[in-house]
Structure formats: C-alpha cells, structure tokens
Design a binder for this molecule. Sequence first.
Ligand code: NAI
Length: 254
Amino acid sequence: MPDFEDRVAVVTGAGSGIGQEVAVEFAAAGARVVVGDVDEEGGRETVEQIESAGGEATFVDADVTDMAAVESMVETAVDEYGRLDFGVNNAGIGGDQKPTGEYTEEGWERVIDVNLNGVWRCTKAELERMAEQDGGGVVVNMASVLGLVGFGTASAYTAAKHGVVGLTKTAALEYAEQDVRVNAVCPGFVETPLLADAGITSDEEMREQIEGLHAMNRLGRPEEIADAVLWVCSDGASFVTGEEITVDGGYTSR
Ligand code: NAI
C-alpha cells in the first residue's frame, strides 16, 4: 500500500460500493479524506469506518449535478486539511436499461448529467485548485469497460463513460506541465449496490451471463478497483497520465 501521510483526497460517491472502498483504502494509507455523496447515511457510515480504524475523514453532502456543491466540496478539503492531492470522481448511476430508441429525453439527460457532466464539474474544480498549488495533484475519473466498448440497452451510460475517457485524455494533455496527472479507471462489472439495483446480481441467470463476459468468469470486487485507484495516485505511477486503466478480469480482451 502506498504511503499517503499528509496527503488529502476527495472521493465522490464515497457512501457505497467502489467509492467507499477507495475512501477507506486512502485513509488506511494515511490520507485525510473528504467523503462526498448525496446519500448522507452511506457517507457518514464511510466516515465512521475510517475513524474507527484511526483515520481522518469529513462527510460533505455534495451532489455532482450541482456546480456550487462540487466547489464547496473541494473547498472543504482545502479549509479542513490545507490542500487537495487526489480527486477521485466516482459518483455514478446505472440509469435506464432499454434500447436507444426507447429512451426518454429525461432518462438520457439524467445519466449524462451525473455520469459525464458530474465528472467534468469535479474535474474542473479539482484542476483549478491543483494547478495553483505546489506539488500539483492527481485526478482519477471512474469510467468503465463501457467507456471502451458498447453494451446493448445502456447507450446513455456507455456514451457518458466514453465521454469520461475523452475528457480525461484531454485534461491530461492540458495540465501535464503543471504537475497534474489525469487518468481514468475502467472496471469490468463489480459486485456493488449499483449492479443489485440494475437487477443483475439478484437474478441468477443474468448474473451468470454477466460473469461469463469476463475471461475470469466472475465479477470484480470493489477492493480490486480501489487498489488500481491508489496505485495511479501513487508516486509509482509518476509517468502515467491520460491513461484508461482497465481492471476488468479480461472483459475487453475478448
Ligand atoms: P454504487 O451505487 O454502489 O455507488 C455509487 C454512489 O454514488 C452512491 O453512494 C450514490 O449515492 C452516489 N451518487 C449517485 N448519484 C450521485 C450524485 N448525483 N452526486 C453524488 N453522489 C452520487 O455504485 P458503484 O458500483 O460503486 O459505482 C461507482 C462508480 O463506478 C460509478 O461511476 C459506476 O458507473 C462505476 N462503475 C461501476 C461498475 C460496477 O459494475 N459496479 C463497473 C464499472 C464502473
């Protein structure tokens, strides 16, 4: 595990699943963590988990569809802990599952607003801060294998995640000389409440079908994604920027 003593991280969607695991691992590595989420109960549970293990964290009720809330989340990191080293833009929703032609405009826009515009809002606020401080920083955007390939009945999600990869590469080019690295992590399907809400893990047949899309014939675990996030934030990844880091049990190797 990297040593993140004296470092400060913001993690969005940190009240559940992958984001919760990322926040807990950051704290275990010594970082102080701002836990952002719209789910106050989940966010406070993450803070409790961190504090009971001897770490430091603060919950911020931050909806990534609200620019002012995102800015105030980044300010909290600076006000409480003095700086911002890592921004992990992870909050996301599954959205409607239906053929492209059957989406409503509202259903489409909701997924794009949370999963793409939300990542941009956070990236913007973090870059502004990191570019002006000594030592720069690292932004990690949570994309998906569906940011790299298509997937029937999830065109809004897939479009948003492809957008996240494009945004990541472009920001990486723009901020590389200011010591800010920007990368995307692209998980395969991971066992979290998001998959349960989409009915994937509760339906045995669907679960097996999804597992079979991965060469390892299983779903990922949140800690397997968190480990990749921590690595890309560490000095061990000091020459890595603009990458889509795929952690998918062989999904995209087929
Ligand atoms: P999850 O549903 O367990 O956690 C998502 C968290 O984001 C929740 O705590 C939720 O309250 C929060 N959130 C939702 N909308 C928000 C908003 N507008 N503002 C702030 N917070 C908000 O989901 P999971 O699986 O941990 O997903 C995390 C990220 O990983 C998402 O971006 C998802 O698209 C991505 N991902 C998940 C995969 C999976 O199979 N579980 C696969 C690939 C990517």
